[in-house]
Design a protein around this ligand. Structure first.
Ligand code: ATP
Ligand code: MG
Length: 309
């Protein structure tokens, strides 16, 4: 069942169309990567889904609730983490969370237990009595996520949660997102840093100029958008013979050899590619690897976006 759905969602700022007839469908328990260059319309979309902005036209529903018709109901099911957050001078982490817990109308007697839970989940328990303003960027990010989790929202909208984090902190974010998914939450996460999303998401949508250019299963998008397969071949013996075979096979292009290793592009069908491997082995070439190289999200991105922002 789709838990986030938009239909021709459009937002205009004067003459500028920031979100242009966007049709999104995100299933329950997806970790959906919303990627696009600066100014593509990611934040605008997230702000509409969290009722901070009204769309110019079109519809958006979260958990079956229309965002423009029942904004208060939406606030209960959605947790929005903005891409930048204010620093609260002189506030300790527990006070900060208590303040927002009160704002979410969580009764005082329940608040402490809930705060302890989110502190444990975000691995911030040992920092509960530290000043928020003294936190590093990664810790501030986690602290903001802790705040977003206080009212136990079904859907998390995270705007660039991994930006500016070091690789270790990114891995921690990834693990945390998986934990949240396992708890039954659906996560929409935006980024323009493509490689950081690849291993976090099962689905991606690529947006540019407010329009969705590609949308679907992460791996399908990666393989479907590439016209050619890149193959890597490494041999132990018979490299010269291998070079001859690659050169005489139609549909194998740009063969690049360095010693016993070859890279080439293949436009032939998979069965024909399997035949190439068979011929190599039959001709006495000792094959160590014969494998397809995975495309990266960057490849896909450059392929589908025109880069006009
Ligand atoms: N309040 C506003 N008033 C006028 N124009 C706006 C407003 N908010 C956003 N825009 C414009 O809408 C477009 C989309 O902006 P948005 O912030 O949604 O992009 P984004 O994909 O989040 O980009 P980034 O990666 O830089 O965060 C941009 O051209 C931006 O200048
Ligand atoms: Mg943004």
């Amino acid at each position: 069942m789709a838990i986030i759905e938009t239909h021709d969602l459009t937002k205009e700022f004067g003459k500028l169309t920031a979100v242009d007839h966007l049709n999104l469908s995100i299933e329950e328990r997806d970790i959906f990567g919303f990627i696009g260059p600066n100014g593509a319309g990611k934040t605008t979309t997230l702000r509409i889904l969290s009722t901070l902005l009204r769309p110019t036209s079109g519809q958006a529903r979260v958990a079956g609730i229309d965002v423009t018709k029942k904004p208060y109901e939406i606030k209960k099911v959605v947790g929005f983490m903005p891409d930048s957050f204010g620093v609260y001078d002189g506030m300790r982490l527990r006070e900060y969370l208590d303040f927002f817990g009160a704002a979410y109308k969580i009764p005082g007697r329940k608040r402490k237990a809930i705060i302890d839970d989110v502190l444990a989940l975000t691995d911030l328990a040992s920092k509960a009595d530290d000043f928020v303003s003294a936190f590093s960027r990664g810790m501030k990010q986690r602290c903001c996520l802790a705040k977003t989790l206080l009212h136990d929202p079904q859907v998390l909208l995270l705007d660039e949660p991994a930006s500016g984090l070091d690789p270790r902190a990114r891995i921690e974010v990834r693990e945390l997102l998986k934990t949240l998914r396992d708890m039954g939450k659906t996560i929409l996460i935006s980024s323009h840093i493509l490689s950081e999303l690849g291993d976090m998401c099962n689905k991606i949508g690529i947006i540019e100029h407010g329009q969705l250019l590609a949308h679907g299963d992460y791996r399908e998008i990666l393989s479907g958008l590439r016209m050619e397969r890149e193959i890597r071949l490494r041999v132990l013996e018979g490299a010269d013979r291998a070079a001859e075979i690659l050169a005489e096979t139609p549909g194998l292009n740009n063969v690049d050899r360095s010693g016993n290793e070859f890279h080439f592009e293949s436009t032939i069908v998979r069965e024909a590619l399997a035949d190439v491997l068979h011929r190599l082995i039959q001709s006495g070439v000792k094959v160590l690897f014969f494998e397809e190289e995975e495309g990266t999200l960057e490849d896909v991105f450059l392929h589908v976006t025109k880069g006009g922002i």
